[in-house]
Design a protein around this ligand. Structure first.
Ligand code: SAH
Length: 483
């Protein structure tokens, strides 16, 4: 699963060793942008030297100030668009330039989708060595996007701080510990924005001390809000430095009366001086310790700490594609590697004989088991551990799979797992990927025994550079492949 916060690069201090490159830090250059990289930055060249310019689009001529140089490429900040692309779009978010959460709002949505399809193609060709055009090429479908690509996120994680004596919450200003106050995030579900605003107001009224990141003082560090988009249930998580909240009763009462749909108010205690959001201890202050949501017909319990896809509408699109590619008819044995809380596994369990899910985080496996029970799906077995260890052990036990689904983190599949897949030889492999470069690398390994039939990009994170896709692989000797 991918985060939507992109890393911010600070300006470079005077380089210790002078690099032999045609630009220097601080210099303003005019550059023609020829493409977009996988993070959504414009790519241009100055005397053959590659420069990445955030906010610039392919086909544009821009002026940009160089702020970081490396041996083979550098980074520059957009100062002026000299010739604009016809696809340039006025970002509707007033804080767009300062936030960094989205990197493609300035590109028309249709073009974002086309760009993501192209990124998948480029990676398959460059890294995987596959042909993506002409005879025998892999079909990379147009990206499945959202009809309304706004307000799709079901989870907000907002840092709280103090600015001029007032409690504020929003996002960190670039290169600083200060927080820019934000009451509206256009990719966030409206219920989450409303809940965060209500909590900030209540905390201000009750004089609850905001956290000071530099000194490590104060009480309220983060407000996390989750919404079950299908059920309307809202969970508010207050992350505090201490367990005792002096005004606790009033705060809970204010949240109960002000936040529509609130079903759960939870406190998480994080006393450490760290930028990790959650601490170890979680207590329920009011209501249930979980909220519920549905993806398709499957119901999920979501706790304060459990991982859940952030764009539920597109998750359904992605999982339906995964189900279609798995070709399950009700008689198949399926393995779901990197299964998280069992979302794909349970989706597949509806249409197969048995599903085996494996995931490295034990708490997620506990959630997966609970979710299987919640849906009365008795044909799913879950085990905690590394997929590359657990699946070979299943193989030793005599478990055979007709289909193996993998949905690894950004770094892709472990080599040992790919070898196990080649040994187990399921008829189909369905590869769900949040990183086209590791997808291409891993497909190249699997190509020894499998044909990559098609790849479907799905836009899970509109306006950000993240590219999600799902690939269908068929074993070389299967009937369908011959057909
Ligand atoms: N399929 C799930 C989660 C995918 S995210 C969903 O759609 O919601 C990738 C998951 O892989 C994470 O939950 C992560 O904890 C898990 N993971 C990372 N390394 C792993 C490994 N070596 N073996 C098994 N699971 C792993």
């Amino acid at each position: 699963m991918a985060k939507t916060t992109k890393k911010r690069r600070g300006p470079q201090k005077a380089a210790k060793v002078e690099l032999d490159v045609p630009v220097r830090v601080g210099q303003t250059v005019e550059v023609e942008i020829t493409g977009l990289n996988h993070e959504g930055a414009g790519v241009g060249r100055v005397e053959g030297y590659t420069l990445f310019v955030d906010g610039a689009l392919a086909g544009e001529r821009v002026r940009a100030r160089v702020d970081h140089v490396k041996k083979n490429f550098g980074f520059a900040k957009l100062s002026e668009v000299v010739e604009a692309s016809e696809h340039r779009f006025m970002p509707p978010c007033p804080l767009y330039d300062r936030c960094g959460g989205c990197s493609l709002q300035h590109l028309a949505y249709e073009e974002q989708l086309r760009h993501k399809q192209q990124i998948v193609r480029d990676n398959l060709r460059r890294i995987g060595g596959f042909s993506v055009e002409g005879e025998g090429a892999i079909t990379v479908h147009p990206t499945l996007g959202m009809s309304d690509p706004w307000r799709y996120r079901n989870k907000a994680q907002v840092p709280i701080g103090e600015e001029n004596g007032a409690l504020v919450g929003g996002f960190y200003a670039e290169k600083s510990h200060s927080i820019i106050d934000m009451n509206e995030c256009l990719i966030q579900h409206q219920a989450n924005d409303d809940a965060v605003t209500a909590v900030k107001k209540a905390a201000t009224k009750l004089n609850i001390a905001p956290y000071d990141e530099v000194r490590g003082t104060g009480l309220l560090r983060h407000v996390v809000v989750k919404v079950g988009v299908k059920t309307g249930e809202v969970m508010v998580v207050l992350v505090t430095t201490e367990e005792t909240i002096p005004q606790r009763e009033q705060l809970v009462e204010a949240i109960r009366s002000q936040v529509t749909g609130v079903a759960s108010i939870v406190q998480n205690i994080n006393p450490d001086k760290t930028n990790v959001i959650f601490g170890k201890k979680t207590v329920t202050l009011w209501g249930s310790d979980v909220i519920y949501d549905y993806i398709g017909p499957i119901k999920f319990a979501i706790s304060a700490r459990s991982f859940y896809q952030v764009n539920p509408a597109q998750t359904e699109v992605l999982y339906n594609k995964t189900l279609e590619y798995a070709g399950a008819t009700g008689t198949e044995t399926v393995i779901d590697a990197y299964c998280g809380i069992g979302t794909i596994s349970l989706f597949l369990a509806q249409k197969s004989k048995h599903v085996y899910g494996v995931e490295i985080v034990p708490e997620a496996i506990a959630d997966a088991k609970r979710n299987a029970e919640l849906n009365g799906l008795g044909n799913a077995t879950f085990e905690a551990g590394p997929a590359e260890v657990v699946i070979p052990a299943w193989k030793e036990k005599g478990i055979r799979a007709d289909v193996i689904v993998v949905d690894p983190p950004r770094k892709g599949c472990d080599e040992a797992l790919l070898m196990t897949i080649l040994e187990m030889q399921p008829e189909r492999v369905v590869y769900v990927s949040c990183n086209p470069s590791t997808l291409a690398r891993d497909l190249k390994v699997l190509a020894e025994r499998y044909e990559v039939k098609e790849v479907q990009p799905v836009d899970m994170f509109p306006h950000t550079g993240h590219v999600e896709s799902v690939a269908l692989l068929l074993r070389n000797d299967t009937e369908e492949r011959k057909a």
